[in-house]
Write a protein that binds this ligand. Structure first.
Ligand SMILES: Cc1cc2nc3c(=O)[nH]c(=O)nc-3n(C[C@H](O)[C@H](O)[C@H](O)COP(=O)(O)OP(=O)(O)OC[C@H]3O[C@@H](n4cnc5c(N)ncnc54)[C@H](O)[C@@H]3O)c2cc1C
Length: 358
């Protein structure tokens, strides 16, 4: 049964949506002393729930650091560790990402980059890849300081915390019922000083922000069971990933598709993942589940964080694309710092970067 806590007092923030964005943001606001009322209809978009939750500070194509990796990694570790302590549970797993080398050129580039410019690349070459008795590569190395968030568990814990200690309403937010007054927001019987939209790719239905040029990408994953795969801790990556979940379960992902933007798994997506998997794993396995979701990516691949160009008390926290786990804690902190101390949010993520161009 969903708890619905409503009263007539004014909250600091209404937050619409409780995927990774809404969860990280509401926790950051609560920690900073603000009151929040989260309105979320869980099954409208399942992207966060089915995500592998991997953070990876390296762009594999060029072996460079990913955008802001040096700043994002310490922030994410501090954020998720803090909430692990508060919730008395484990949320993150720090792991390496294994990168096998099939070509000499790849290996040489890795060694050069690890020696000179990218501290997230291990400079050691390893042999005997622990994955499948029949899969052999001459050598492999590891991405350091990577890992994954157990996203579904994090969202569940956050929802429980909001229900018990704050205010959580499980219902679809009707954008047309929002009353915007000069200094206040009203939605049915809830009054708030400000509202923040964290509605993921469904921003396309949000009349206040549907002008943000999104380029959402559907993705599919498989969960398989195998007693033969010998990968126990690290994540394997070779154009797709194999991530051990424990109990002989492994998450396999992910596909990219830009046309059919819905949460329905497809035979095409499954076949693509199985083909990649079978090139590495020759031992038997069973597919346990098959999921799909839509990543809320923006056309310039940067998040969108900040207030509406025309309304100082209407905000957006979205566009986390393929890297929600890494980006959310850092940019939630920027938003809180702006609210508390009037600090500037990185102009690269400002919503008005698109309005100015219009
Ligand atoms: C297959 C796949 C694998 C991925 N793997 C990773 C990964 O390994 N690492 C990583 O960092 N990221 C990964 N991602 C990306 C990540 O999942 C997304 O960036 C993230 O989920 C976006 O979170 P969000 O909160 O912005 O949106 P969402 O997860 O879509 O959450 C939005 C929430 O708002 C609700 N909502 C929307 N509209 C309304 C409304 N009108 N009223 C009430 N509620 C509403 C939705 O139901 C949902 O609960 C992956 C994505 C996919 C699809």
């Amino acid at each position: 049964m969903h708890q619905q806590k409503r009263n007539n007092s004014t909250v600091d923030f209404i937050i619409v949506g409780q995927g990774i964005a809404g969860s990280v943001l509401s926790l950051s606001l609560v920690k900073a002393g603000y009151s929040v009322c989260v309105i979320n209809k869980s099954n409208l978009s399942v992207s966060s729930k089915i995500a592998a939750g991997i953070w990876n500070p390296v762009v594999f194509k060029r072996l460079t650091k990913s955008w802001l990796a040096d700043e994002l990694i310490p922030e994410l570790l501090s954020f998720y560790h803090y909430w692990e302590t508060e919730f008395h549970t484990t949320l993150i797993h720090q792991r390496h990402i294994i990168k096998p080398f099939t070509e000499e050129q790849e290996k040489n580039l890795w060694l050069k980059k690890s020696a000179n410019e990218n501290r997230f690349l291990d400079s050691i070459l390893y042999e005997h890849l622990p994955i499948d008795p029949h899969y052999s590569v001459s050598s492999y190395s590891k991405v350091l300081q990577a890992g994954n968030l157990d996203v579904a568990h994090f969202i569940e814990c956050t929802q429980l915390f909001l229900k018990e200690k704050h205010s959580y309403i499980e219902e679809e937010f009707d954008y047309h019922q929002l009353i915007v007054e000069p200094r206040e927001i009203a939605y049915h019987d809830i009054k708030a000083n400000q509202i923040i939209f964290c509605d993921g790719h469904l921003i396309s239905k949000n009349p206040l922000f549907n002008w943000i040029p999104m380029k959402p990408a559907k993705g599919e994953t498989l969960t398989i069971h195998s007693t033969h795969i010998t990968l126990t801790q690290d994540i394997f990556n070779k154009g797709f990933f194999i991530m051990p979940l424990g109990n002989d379960l492994f998450k396999i992902g992910a596909t990219y598709e830009w046309e059919e933007l819905n949460d329905t798994p497809t035979e095409k997506g499954k076949a693509e993942l199985i083909k990649k998997l079978n090139a590495v794993i020759t031992s038997p396995y069973t597919v346990i589940s098959h999921d799909a979701g839509v990543r809320p990516s923006v056309i310039d691949r940067r998040p969108v964080v900040g207030n509406h160009p025309d309304y100082k008390h209407i905000y957006i926290f979205n566009g986390l694309g393929t890297k929600a786990v890494m980006l959310a804690p850092y940019f939630a902190k920027q938003l809180v710092d702006q609210l508390q101390n009037n600090y500037n949010i990185d102009p690269e993520v400002a919503p008005d970067r698109f309005k100015n161009k219009a």
